[in-house]
Design a binder for this molecule. Structure first.
Ligand SMILES: *[C@@H]1O[C@H](CO)[C@@H](O)[C@H](O)[C@H]1NC(C)=O
Ligand SMILES: *[C@@H]1O[C@H](CO)[C@@H](O)[C@H](O)[C@H]1NC(C)=O
Ligand SMILES: *[C@@H]1O[C@H](CO)[C@@H](O)[C@H](O)[C@H]1NC(C)=O
Ligand SMILES: *[C@@H]1O[C@H](CO)[C@@H](O)[C@H](O)[C@H]1NC(C)=O
Ligand SMILES: *[C@@H]1O[C@H](CO)[C@@H](O)[C@H](O)[C@H]1NC(C)=O
Ligand SMILES: *[C@@H]1O[C@H](CO)[C@@H](O)[C@H](O)[C@H]1NC(C)=O
Ligand SMILES: *[C@@H]1O[C@H](CO)[C@@H](O)[C@H](O)[C@H]1NC(C)=O
Ligand SMILES: *[C@@H]1O[C@H](CO)[C@@H](O)[C@H](O)[C@H]1NC(C)=O
Ligand SMILES: *[C@@H]1O[C@H](CO)[C@@H](O)[C@H](O)[C@H]1NC(C)=O
Ligand SMILES: *[C@@H]1O[C@H](CO)[C@@H](O)[C@H](O)[C@H]1NC(C)=O
Length: 878
């Protein structure tokens, strides 16, 4: 009796944990393994590698798991091998490769797409090697979408102590029906490439020596051929590495790329063996530029997204390749990592021993926080060198994540998706096929984004956008204006690439007409490096005119639905709206059939990105009050300051922008131009706005009044007080909606318990009472019970006075000023996930004479580039 049961148990266990030895004859000889998962036989890829299938291979007799062909071959795949087949695991499976002990690159190839009946969305899994977690709850599809690529190669460097390299693929326990998959596994033995150099730990003071343990695991995060073309594996035969072009990571598009002088030969040295990096890396570089005066005024900066909470090894590859730099003390510069000095007076000639000689330097840095963070790498000239040489150079840069010893972990979180559904119903954006599908998927994923909204209204205030994607070449999207840039404000650094056109000074009250030449000059002829965002109806560029005035320039796609007439109507209307607390249209260009709009540049971004999910320093209570007052003034002006009442309809913290002096400006006010004094029948048949901010009465009755804005503004006030999103779907039901929850707490007298912890003890009691009362009134259920904007404004001013007098008279600290807390150690405040909640509900089809547009905005998740996108929509499209 016992025997069959035992057998069943054994069989079950076997099916759960299969340990299989895989190897091919060739690879054991060279040590190089290339396993084409889910395939059989041998196949060559386009990079000179021969891949062995893992199916019915005599070396992998027990391999289990389904094999499946990919459902579609994406044009960007470098080769069909190993991507077009996959091995699918619905239970744990371990590949076991016999390898010689030592260090090796382990590359995992993933092409996230449907395989047979396996939906891409169910691929959710972990990969471990022995005890070390390489990938955890990995969503390949999300990861690929987040950086807008079709396939992924995850490269690790492991020091395998003995016997075999075991790779376990385990479907996630956190997803029903999850499976694991892999398209290819490559193993390339290497010497000890990490512990050879003189590594320094950068943490504020003088960098100290740092010992990297030889058994530590690494993950390659970035490998850049600075100033040069991407280098495919076939051109880096040492280890089949891929080197990417660095320009997508360059901040402000600055620097000048160049190649070695023709008569120069590159020489490796004994300390820099030829496998360190190929000639192609050392033979090209980026410098700051030829104008020493310009170089003095900016840092040549790369911004590289990495996972927070790990140590990183940064390897800088150097080689002087340009005459006349042949002597010590000519080109000398500083290296900063995350704004900390890594190297003073880096002199490549001194380090390498002459022109054409290779060198590299290694630094270790630690990143804090969670999720993804940006790593800043900057070069700045050494001012003690001769002024004519004020410059810096970099040839290559590698960034490796170090295994977290305590947790035996190398896995980061899946990167958040860029929230920028591009939903022109009349066709995908110009980005091509991948974008279309990717974005469609994003739309789906971000369920709440009923982006296909219609809105009505005259439109065009441009929306702010800001995605400077971490892969900015691939960044796309959204559009729009007040390019309030997010935390990585692109200030002062366009370096050598900024040019200015001929121009007259800005007329103060009118909308300026720009010539096309001026716009071209301001954007360096729409240089990709100046691109801040793309959308179905145009691209937004950062422009600089009049020697330094920064602008957001939107070039409407001539193919967009926005006709010339609408374009003009919009300019006419928007150019009349001028107020200190409104973001304004500065000018336009309609030469050569172009439709270009020019807006203010808002250096500090949105209010939201200073409230939560941000690494920006928190705002003090007084700063918050001043910003609320500014925004209230802007809205008050819209409601009463112009001939025809303008109802904003989309008041929220992402539509309140902050300029370089922290002056609050309302944006997107051009969205709707309706009021009770306008014939209502032609107006809103569409509820437009953002859930969480939406006036319940407006929603119920589709009746629009200025009081709808007051309601939304009340939500903003609570958001400012509590530092949490208007909607947080992941919280317990009663807390999801901030307005409801805050009202509930206010009625119970416990509002003080849900305020931003950073404000605890900083708000004077009278001030708090008055503020809460004001916010409470704003979100009254019936519009008739809500105060007017002018009452709100008056109340807020009073609230500020209460706070100021309390601060004067007491020990109340008055909160933190941003300078008090600008230390990088301020904990990042992360809140629960907040899927976008923007939506517009169409209730009836309506005839609109003017432009249709819809918007949705991503929350400004501080840690990631936030995106606000907008879209001109064709009402007939639905
Ligand atoms: C591969 O190696 C195995 C033994 O390890 C041997 O039996 C087989 O013939 C070899 N195959 C080839 C093609 O060399
Ligand atoms: C592997 O070995 C087989 C048989 O020995 C040979 O035909 C094949 O070309 C080899 N592949 C590589 C990549 O060397
Ligand atoms: C895995 O971790 C456990 C406990 O942390 C340790 O005892 C064991 O030796 C480790 N195994 C390997 C293969 O490193
Ligand atoms: C993985 O990401 C995709 C796209 O972002 C999403 O649709 C899918 O639901 C995710 N899968 C899991 C299991 O989270
Ligand atoms: C599968 O692997 C994961 C991670 O290695 C482990 O947590 C889980 O217990 C394994 N499941 C089974 C059934 O062995
Ligand atoms: C691998 O680690 C061992 C110690 O665990 C060390 O002796 C050896 O030198 C390391 N090999 C490499 C190539 O780093
Ligand atoms: C590196 O140099 C060795 C000889 O020292 C040579 O055999 C090898 O082919 C070179 N590798 C590359 C990638 O140039
Ligand atoms: C290479 O050319 C530069 C001028 O471009 C010259 O200064 C230098 O002397 C030349 N070097 C050699 C080795 O010929
Ligand atoms: C470095 O400084 C810039 C501004 O000077 C700031 O925007 C950026 O966030 C800082 N980077 C890091 C990693 O602290
Ligand atoms: C360059 O970066 C360093 C480190 O973040 C900073 O201290 C310095 O002010 C920057 N210089 C310029 C000109 O931006």
């Amino acid at each position: 009796m016992g025997f069959p049961i035992l057998l069943v148990i054994i069989l079950t266990l076997l099916s759960l944990i299969l340990l299989v030895v895989v190897a091919d004859n060739n690879s054991t000889a060279s040590g190089h393994v290339a396993l084409n998962c889910g395939a059989s036989g041998q196949n060559n890829d386009d990079n000179g590698r021969t891949w062995d299938g893992d199916t019915s291979s005599k070396f992998a007799p027990l391999v289990k798991g389904v094999t499946a062909p990919a459902s579609y071959q994406h044009p960007s795949l470098p080769s069909t091998v190993p991507f077009m087949t996959a091995r699918i695991f619905t239970s744990n499976y371990t590949y076991s490769f016999p390898v010689s002990a030592g260090r090796m690159f382990v590359r995992l190839y993933f092409y996230p797409i449907a395989y047979g009946n396996y939906a891409v969305s169910d691929a959710f899994f972990s990969v471990t090697t022995r005890n070390l977690s390489l990938l955890n709850d990995f969503n390949a599809s999300q990861t690929a979408q987040a950086i807008n690529v079709a396939y992924l190669v995850r490269e690790f460097s492991l020091n395998v102590s003995s016997g075999s390299l075991d790779l376990t693929f385990a479907p996630s326990k956190h997803w029903n029906g999850s499976y694991a998959f892999v398209n290819g596994i490559e193993i390339v033995p290497t010497p000890d490439i990490f512990t050879t150099a003189d590594t320094r730990f950068v943490n504020g003071g003088t960098p100290a020596p740092f010992q990297i343990n030889t058994d530590r695991g690494f993950q390659t995060m970035h490998r850049l051929n600075v100033g040069g073309q991407a280098i495919p594996p076939k051109d880096d035969l040492s280890f089949y590495r891929s080197w990417a072009n660095d320009s997508p990571y360059i901040f402000g598009g600055s620097g000048v790329a160049f190649s070695r002088d023709n008569n120069l030969t590159i020489k490796y040295t004994s300390t820099v063996p030829n496998y360190t990096a190929p000639i192609g890396v050392y033979g090209t570089a980026r410098s700051m530029g030829t104008n020493a005066q310009v170089n003095l005024n900016y840092n040549l900066t790369w911004i590289l997204p990495v996972d927070a909470g790990f140590f990183y090894l940064l390897r800088f590859h150097f080689c002087e390749i340009q005459y006349p730099i042949t002597k010590v003390n000519q080109r000398s510069f500083f290296i900063y990592i995350n704004n900390q000095t890594a190297q003073r007076q880096m002199d490549v000639i001194a380090w390498s021993g002459g022109i054409g000689r290779t060198a590299y330097t290694d630094y270790v840095i630690i990143t804090t926080g969670s999720g993804q963070v940006d790593m800043w790498v900057a070069l700045y000239p050494d001012l003690s060198s001769k002024p004519e040489y004020y410059d810096a150079i970099l040839n290559g840069l590698e960034v490796f994540k170090l295994q977290d010893y305590g947790k035996n972990n190398l896995a980061g979180l899946n990167p958040p998706l860029p929230q920028k559904p591009d939903v022109n119903p009349n066709g995908p954006s110009r980005e091509g096929n991948s974008r279309g599908t990717v974005l469609a998927a994003i739309c789906g994923a971000i369920g709440g984004f009923a982006v296909l909204l219609i809105c009505f209204g005259v439109c065009i205030a441009c929306r702010r956008n800001k995605k400077i994607s971490k892969d900015s070449d691939k960044s796309d999207d959204g559009c729009w204006t007040p390019l309030a840039d997010y935390s990585r404000s692109r200030s002062g650094n366009s370096g050598n690439t900024a040019t200015t056109g001929s121009h007259a000074s800005l007329p103060s009250n009118l909308c300026r007409h720009f010539s096309f030449a001026e716009v071209q000059a301001a954007t360096n002829n729409f240089d990709q490096a100046f691109l801040l965002g793309k959308g179905g109806f145009g691209n937004v560029y950062l422009g600089e005119i009049d020697s330094g005035t920064k602008l957001a320039i939107k070039r409407c796609n001539p193919m967009s639905e926005q006709g010339v007439h609408e374009f003009q109507t919009e300019i006419e209307m928007l150019s009349k709206l001028r107020h200190r607390h409104l973001v304004s249209l500065i000018g336009y260009c309609e030469d050569k059939n172009e439709m270009i709009l020019v807006y203010d540049y808002m250096a500090h971004g949105t209010l939201r990105e200073h409230l939560y999910k941000t690494k920006n320093p928190p705002l003090s209570w007084k700063q918050r009050l001043e910003i609320c007052i500014g925004a209230a003034r802007g809205l008050h002006y819209l409601h009463t300051g112009v001939k025809q009442t303008i109802i904003h309809r989309d008041v929220k913290t992402t539509n309140i922008l902050l300029d370089d002096k922290w002056v609050a400006k309302v944006s997107d006010f051009g969205l709707s131009k309706t009021g009770p004094n306008v014939d209502n029948t032609h107006v809103s048949t569409v509820v437009k706005g953002s859930f969480g901010y939406l006036d319940p009465e407006y929603f119920r009755r589709q009746q629009l009044s200025e009081k709808s804005d007051v309601y939304s503004f009340g939500v903003v006030l609570f958001e400012v007080l509590c530092a949490r999103p208007a909607l947080s779907p992941s919280l317990p039901k009663e807390q999801v909606n901030l307005a409801d929850w805050a009202l509930h707490c206010q009625k119970k007298g416990i509002l003080g318990q849900i305020i931003d912890p950073l404000l605890q003890g900083k708000i004077s009691p009278q001030c708090f009472v008055k503020f809460a009362e004001t916010a409470e009134k704003c979100v009254a259920d019936h519009s008739i019970d809500r105060p007017s904007m002018s009452d709100v404004l008056w109340n807020l001013e009073f609230v500020l006075q209460l706070q100021e007098s309390a601060e004067d008279n007491s020990s109340l600290t008055g909160g933190m000023s941003s300078s008090d807390v600008s230390s990088p150690l301020v904990p990042t405040r992360l809140q629960s996930d907040e899927p976008s909640t923007e939506t517009t509900t169409t209730t009836t089809a309506s005839t609109m004479s003017i432009t249709q547009r819809s918007i949705a905005s991503a929350e400004s998740a501080g840690l990631t580039p936030s995106t606000i996108f907008s879209q001109l929509m064709n009402p007939d499209g639905r």
